[in-house]
Ligand binder design. Structure first.
Ligand SMILES: *Cc1c(COP(=O)(O)O)cnc(C)c1O
Length: 417
């Protein structure tokens, strides 16, 4: 299996390992499979979720340098549960049992173990730079902590991240350093960009959500989940995914293309309406994001859209494969309340977008709503709505109680080295 750039589908081909180490294709495009496998030979549900994910990913690593390492990498990376909250066919897929309590743990951990293996073989070291306004930085810091041949510098804007998020960014030692930057998130991002442009700095890399190594696990859990669902109910589910940069949903489209039993994929977005507006008007207009209660989805120019456009190049193809609805902050609050009062089920603001779309548009269909984060991560929003304290998962508790370490610096990338 080889991978090509979204910007030159007939151009140069890369192995999975090359794509993982490069992050972005040389022409600035995103890596996609040269062709989707129409089926997944050897996929099995026997052996548990991590093993199923391993068998789902195997075709993408056929002939790759990581082929012989893949089973061990999957076992190490996916060493936490993935579960259904059952609702009689209206099920919720809980992807938040990893160390930072959001689905990004799957991709970040797989990427960290894959890079570690590749670098060890090459005898090379890499420094990962991450600018973060919240969720991504924590998942990356946690995933790369303790990995050999890799160090991480996490940059976040001072005073502008929530306390629990700050803990997840600063509770590290050893190969993970965090920097509290005097400036905005944009300043942090600019520092990272400037560092990458500096010809004197070598061995820098990123771990952002467009990396193929973060996407493939997101494909694999949809193969697992849809097959589990089909086995249980004998029906193909509509899969409703709270979306921002559409990396998680791109994984689902790859799973469907590889023959996973999925009826339809639906993108639930917050007040950032770029995708629903495109579906309505036929005109794609990326824009500035607006702030919402589901802040990990505050994206106006989704970075993985190039991958969806590569799958569905014309507007007609896009429209017949993609559905999307926008959910307002008021509806997020209302849905958290209804789900608690009717089902005693606590959901985070992102998951609430998915649940709203299910209630409004798919009430009578077999559905999976994807729960992207644990509600305890967003307790300041959720607790006042349900009038109850949310029990914090063990993994988050552990991070919260580590010693916090960070350096305060001015917004100048030279101070990082
Ligand atoms: C990152 C994130 C999302 C959005 O996922 P994308 O892949 O960017 O579409 C949704 N919910 C939570 C909790 C997240 O952390």
């Amino acid at each position: 299996m080889k991978f090509v750039s979204t910007r030159s589908i007939d151009g140069e081909k890369f192995s999975a390992s090359e794509a993982i180490l490069k992050g972005l294709a040389p022409d600035g495009g995103l890596f996609i499979p040269e062709s989707m496998p129409g089926s997944i030979p050897g996929f099995t549900l026997d052996g548990g979720a991590w093993y199923a994910m391993y068998t789902a990913m195997r075709p993408f690593f056929e002939g790759d340098e990581l082929e012989g390492d893949l089973e061990r990498i999957c076992r190490s990376a996916f060493d936490f549960p993935v579960a259904f909250h059952s609702g009689d066919g209206h099920d919720t897929l809980e992807l938040f049992y990893g160390p930072t309590a959001a689905f990004k743990d799957f991709g970040a951990r797989f990427l960290a173990y894959s890079m570690e293996t590749l670098l060890a073989r090459r005898g090379e070291d890499l420094t990962i730079l991450v600018a973060t306004s919240g969720d991504t930085g924590g998942a990356v810091a946690s995933a790369f902590h303790g990995r050999q041949h890799l160090s991480v510098k996490v940059l976040f804007p001072k005073g502008r991240v929530a306390e629990r998020q700050r803990r997840q960014l600063t509770g590290w030692d050893g190969n993970v350093e965090s920097y509290e930057v005097e400036g905005s998130f944009d300043d942090c991002q600019k520092m990272v960009k400037d560092a990458f442009m500096d010809p004197d700095l070598k061995g820098l890399s990123s771990a952002n959500s467009i990396n193929l190594g973060r996407l493939l696990p997101q494909y694999a859990y949809y193969v697992w989940a849809s097959n589990m669902y089909y086995e249980l109910y004998g029906k193909k589910p509509v899969v409703i995914i709270p979306s921002g940069n559409v990396g998680n949903s791109t994984g689902a489209y790859w799973a469907k293309a590889a023959g996973a039993p999925i009826e339809r994929i639906v993108l639930a977005v917050n007040a950032n309406r770029t995708i629903p507006d495109y579906l309505e008007s036929g005109e794609y207009r990326p824009r500035q994001s607006v702030e919402t209660l589901a802040n990990a989805m505050d994206v106006g120019a989704p970075s993985n859209m190039e991958r969806l456009f590569a799958l569905f190049p014309s507007y007609d193809e896009f429209r017949s494969n993609v559905s999307s609805w926008s959910v307002s902050d008021d509806d997020i609050k209302r849905t958290i309340k209804e789900e608690w009062e009717e089902n005693r089920h606590i959901i985070c603001p992102h998951t609430a977008c998915g649940e709203r779309v299910r209630r409004d548009h798919f009430a009578d269909s077999p559905t999976i709503v994807v729960a992207t984060a644990h509600p305890a991560k967003f307790e300041s929003i959720v607790e006042p709505i349900i009038g109850k304290t949310i029990a914090i998962p063990r993994s988050l508790f552990d991070i919260m109680h580590r010693e916090s370490r960070s350096k305060e610096i001015a917004a100048d990338y030279h101070l990082l080295f």
